[in-house]
Design a protein around this ligand. Structure first.
Ligand code: NAD
Length: 497
């Protein structure tokens, strides 16, 4: 339901003669209403030229029977305003509720999640005094498709989908962002030593697109060592671009090591619509106690003002916020008697920022935003369809007999002219031919049949083989066609093959 913001916050101080930009606002759950009230107070006091449409999303919407936690009126409002300032929400446990955040990002095409993580040493205690990292997380793909299936009694799967255009968009965004905001280096983290095709594609596109930005230093690291280095020496990094899951995890780590997860805001950018939020969740442990740090949402609102071309207001709020931090006025999560002067609640922190509007920080560099927000336009390379040749099939079976030799002799019976059993794997590891007795086997088998003809096989051969499997009462869970594209094999080998 859309309601008027005035009922929830302090009076607006915006001059009515000014052109106001409509935005959609959600107060969320847990600490959401408190940090949003604090943020709105500051926006209004700073003279943000905004008009608010407030929507209800989250826990109550889920519990009313809407499994996505977001109603039709919210989509209508978002399509109209194209800007969303959103407090964190609580996803109820169990009951098949889909993450509202993931749904919003994906449905609205908000492909780039931009999360600046900055240290405020010496005013906020941190082991990493020199840190100013922007995490650019891909937002639409990867394991966040949430495509999961229980396949056998023992095995569940989640599909990891990485697309070339999706990857190109996020990699280009990272480089364009670096160029627009004067950043010097872009790092890319993947696990392509293991996932050679999915993460390998991300890495490959990084290498290709990176050539168009020769003035920007670029590097690729395997995610595990990259994450360890980020946690140890964040000053070595500038912009980091990552696939969705790694980006989600690393941005929380990066925010936390600046001093508190409560300090970081984020922007979710799409071609036409953008959403701004704190990176943390609804912190139910702090809800209703006036203890939460509203800084993450306030800094997200600053990113939003820059996006909307209200650089003057963004600067005013950001500089007042820095001055508040410098003056030692801190919420409990960052309060440290060695550096803080006052421990305040959520609401008083907002008052402290308001009291400093118009002041600049003394020690931190003064923030200056360009009058017009840099426009980042992303184009993707058109896809040229490859010449595809069907050369075989991976057939996934449920089979409770754990002896791969027995299964192989059943499958050898159904080979035909043109297609032969090449290998059997269990959870990716080759167990036939010449498997190891030590390999632990579940009830989930991948059986690869490959064409022995140079020209590949017809789909009819695949259908016939499935028919013969059915006749033998073997349980097919799913199949995956095996192709060559432009003459190159486009499927991975079995481990140990
Ligand atoms: P969380 O981020 O809510 O809390 C993790 C820890 O950080 C808690 O100890 C909390 O007290 C602290 N914390 C978080 N924000 C803080 C702030 N502003 N000031 C001070 N301390 C703060 O993560 P969680 O506990 O894993 O998740 C709680 C709920 O939030 C879950 O329902 C989850 O689904 C949801 N969630 C929502 C979003 C979102 O809406 N964008 C993101 C993450 C989690």
């Amino acid at each position: 339901m859309i309601t008027q913001i005035e009922s929830r916050t302090t009076e607006r101080k915006v001059k009515t003669t000014e052109q106001l930009t409509p935005i959609t606002v959600a107060y969320g759950d847990g600490i959401g209403p408190e940090i949003m009230n604090a943020t709105m107070k500051v926006l209004n006091a700073a003279g943000a030229r905004l008009e608010y449409e407030t929507v209800d999303i989250g826990e109550q919407v889920y519990l009313s029977g809407n499994t996505s936690g977001i109603g039709e009126e919210t989509w209508t409002s978002l399509r109209k305003t194209k800007v969303f300032l959103k407090a964190p929400i609580t996803t109820p446990q169990g009951g098949g509720y889909k993450s509202l955040n993931v749904t919003t990002r994906k449905v609205l095409g908000l492909y780039a999640n931009v999360r600046p993580c900055v240290s405020y040493h010496p005013f906020v205690s941190t082991k990493h005094p020199v840190m100013n990292v922007v995490i650019v997380r891909e937002n639409e793909e990867d394991l966040y498709g949430g495509i999961e299936h229980q396949q056998t009694d023992e095995v569940v799967q989640c599909l990891k989908l990485i697309s070339r255009p999706g990857t190109e968009k996020i990699i280009r965004y990272a480089f364009e962002y670096a160029r627009a905001y004067g950043r010097k280096k872009v790092s890319c983290f993947t696990k392509d030593n293991i996932m050679k095709m999915t993460d390998g594609l991300f890495h490959e596109v990084f290498n290709i697109v990176g050539k168009e930005y020769p003035e920007i230093e670029q590097e690729h690291r395997i995610i595990d060592i990259g994450a360890a280095m980020l946690a140890e020496s964040p000053e070595k990094f500038d912009v980091i671009v990552l696939p969705n899951l790694y980006g989600d995890i690393l941005s929380d780590i990066a925010a936390q090591i600046t001093g508190s997860v409560g300090l970081a805001g984020s922007a979710n950018i799409g071609d036409g619509i953008a959403m701004f939020e704190a990176i943390h969740g609804s912190a139910p442990d702090l809800a209703g106690q006036d203890k939460a740090n509203p800084s993450g949402l306030m800094l997200a609102a600053v990113q939003m003002l820059v996006h909307l071309g209200q650089a003057d207001v963004a600067e005013k709020i950001h500089n007042a916020w820095l001055r508040t931090i410098e003056d030692g006025v801190h919420t409990g999560d960052i309060y440290d008697s060695n550096v803080s002067s006052e421990c305040v609640g959520t609401d008083s922190f907002a008052d402290a920022v308001i009291a400093r509007l118009g002041l600049a920080p003394d020690k931190f560099p003064v923030v200056k935003y360009a009058k017009d927000a840099p426009t980042i336009t992303i184009k993707t390379t058109p896809t040229v369809p490859a010449v595809k040749e069907l050369v075989g099939i991976d057939i996934f079976l449920y089979h409770s007999d754990r002896n791969p030799e027995n299964l192989a002799s059943l499958l050898k019976d159904i080979e035909s002219a043109g297609i032969k059993l090449q290998m059997i794997t269990n959870r990716g590891t080759k167990v036939w031919p010449n498997g190891f007795a030590e390999t632990f086997c579940t009830d989930h088998w991948r059986c690869r049949f490959i064409s022995d003809e140079p020209q590949g096989v017809s789909y009819q051969v695949i259908i016939d083989i499935l028919q013969r499997l059915h006749n033998k009462r073997l349980n097919v869970i799913k199949t995956e066609n095996l192709y060559t594209m432009n003459g190159k094999k486009m499927f991975s080998a079995g481990q140990g093959q």
